[in-house]
Design a protein around this ligand. Sequence first.
Ligand SMILES: Cc1ncc(COP(=O)(O)O)c(C=O)c1O
Length: 424
Amino acid sequence: MSAVTGHTHTDTDRAGIVRADVGHTDVESKDVVGSPPVAQPAYDIAAWRRRIPLLKSLVLMNNCSQAPQLDVTREAAEAYLDSWNNAGMDWDAWMAETYRAKVEFARLINASPDDIAVSSSVSEATASLASSLDFSGERRKVVTTEAEFPSVAHVWQAHAKYGLEVDWVPVRDDIVYLEDYDDVIDERTLLVSACHAYYQNGYVQDVAAIARKAHDEGALLYVDAYQSLGVAEVDVQAMDIDFLASGNLKFLLGVPGIAFLYVRPGLVERLEPAVTGWFGRADPFSFDARRLDWAPTAARFDTGTPPVINAYISRAGMAAINEIGVDAIAAWTGQLTRRLVEGGRARGFQLHGIDDPRRKTPSTAFVCPEGESHRVEALLLKRGILAAARGPVIRLAPHFYNTLDDLDVALDALKAVFEEDLSA
Ligand SMILES: Cc1ncc(COP(=O)(O)O)c(C=O)c1O
């Protein structure tokens, strides 16, 4: 049992709306999101809202799944289409833009662009990383958690045929306890694979502490930051992270079909991914089929022709996030989280996970009546709220542009869905 005590959470009522239990206020109260909540955003929220056309017709609470289009992301897509249409092809410009996407990603995590590889999905980036590791020795264990997005955990399991052994850190009380890593990380652990935020309910792990545990045993740390980048501060150097992957369509305001992998400099020279392609070479344009050399930087994890139009869009989305500042965003979304948690409590919803805005992203999950979460999502949409169902919960995931009013409207709609629409 953990040192953390006093959990009142039980599974006695999974039906959704009647419990007033909103989670674990006593769990590791350390701030791992970055900026304490503030009463007002530090940026001009009204001006940003005018740049998101979809806000005219919907209340957007689906940022944990797909963030909306901004004027700049649309213009970026059009810039690529114009380039293609006017120049026919402009590989120099297209490659330069792909590199600029790496620059923006690197800024987000305090890395250098040469520490970043571009990929088409987190699944592919993780598979590429896995294919660079050696599971034939004594140290062949990957420790991962039940809170990983399945994709990531599946990649590790699929490498069992190369000798990899998976060991699991459990999800308990809808979260992952830091001390549970101690039971599974040992001298046979090659890598610890931990999500930064849990896709199900936004719970944020203390990855700096996990890094210390991994490194103390001589293991490496891989972090899936897809559910946290853009709303929680990430500094790969301060947190001592070895590898980090993320896609772009959630809080980074991008589109499907592109993802990035950070590889710590100093490690990269020792890694030769079997999932590779011509862009992973020292000189992709040498066209020597017999020579398998390796780019000296993280570009060795690049594979084939990059997803150029996605790079245009994602660069623009990440530039917007960098311009506003993740610290300012986290401060405001922390306030939104508070309102969601308190508003859920006032309406009798059952929270999935914890209620502390310093330990979670704004993704806030409420338990739905069994088997009904996707119907709840559809019914909310009928009421003008775009939210995201996942397993047993409906997630309300606001972002930097949402107001407190948005949350009240969404929470009222959810109450009406629970109390009226589901039984109609
Ligand atoms: C935390 C997390 N990791 C990975 C993924 C999947 O990434 P991809 O589809 O790019 O492989 C998701 C998708 O929702 C996610 O939330």
